[in-house]
Design a protein around this ligand. Structure first.
Ligand code: MN
Length: 232
């Protein structure tokens, strides 16, 4: 049977070094997964990980060595950066044990969980879903994906975001409250993971606002950096 409208395109993230592309299935995000960020958001203590999602086409692909253009989204006056280690799932599954979880990872990338913080806060206050704060177009900028085998040090790597050259976020991936393996175990108890899924693993402290004209540079040791310019 023929499609009655053009089929939606599958977003594809380039693999670092030009070695192909990673088609995106779903985007999962982990909330409050670094202690100091949980504190700056008004929470304390270790809580079970919780998740939200962005649509696959929220991906903003930025090619290796290029600066992407991030359109300032509508309805907000408080667009926040959240720099995150992104996990790219190569092998699906459900009820994956933590000890088996890393075998499901294809690779890693630098990503930003862009957030309309004013809208998210309003939804929190009203007990409503976060979608309008988190799941808008281009809300998931991502750099090229590096194969897992090429970054053995990724689980305790420096993670840093600069805005206009000024250091805003600085931590280590080893400070994740729930490790990549534990996140995969928890996620796969609730959803069946599939090849092409991306997991934004949470942001360290130092989140803050950006405005049109700002230049963002996100780095995680061992991965291709993510460079963006916010445009009106
Ligand atoms: Mn986040």
């Amino acid at each position: 049977m023929d499609d009655v409208i053009p089929a939606p395109l599958v977003p594809r993230v380039p693999v670092a070094g030009g070695a192909g592309a990673f088609p995106v299935h779903r985007i999962y995000c982990v909330g409050r997964n670094y202690v100091e960020h949980a504190i700056e958001m008004g929470h304390t203590g270790r809580e079970a990980p919780f998740f939200f999602m962005k649509p696959a086409d929220a991906v903003l692909v930025v090619a290796d060595g290029q600066a992407g253009e991030l359109p300032y989204p509508p309805l907000t006056s408080n667009l926040h950066h959240e720099l995150e280690l992104v996990v790219a799932i190569g092998k699906g599954g459900r009820d994956i044990a933590p000890a088996d979880a890393l075998a499901h990872v294809w690779g890693y990338a630098v990503g930003l969980d862009m957030t309309r913080r004013d809208l998210q806060n309003e939804m929190k206050k009203q007990g409503r879903p976060w979608c309008i704060g988190k799941a808008f177009e281009a809300s998931a900028p991502i750099g090229p994906i590096t194969p897992a085998a090429a970054v053995p040090g990724i689980h305790d790597a420096a993670i840093e975001l600069r805005v206009n050259g000024e250091l805003r976020q600085s931590s280590r991936t080893g400070k994740l409250i729930w490790s990549v393996a534990e996140v995969i175990a928890h996620l796969s108890a609730a959803w069946t993971l599939a090849p092409g899924d991306l997991i934004f693993s949470g942001t360290p402290e130092g989140v803050g606002a950006v405005v049109a004209g700002d230049r963002l540079e996100g780095r995680i040791d061992g991965l291709s950096p993510l460079q963006l310019q916010v445009v009106a």
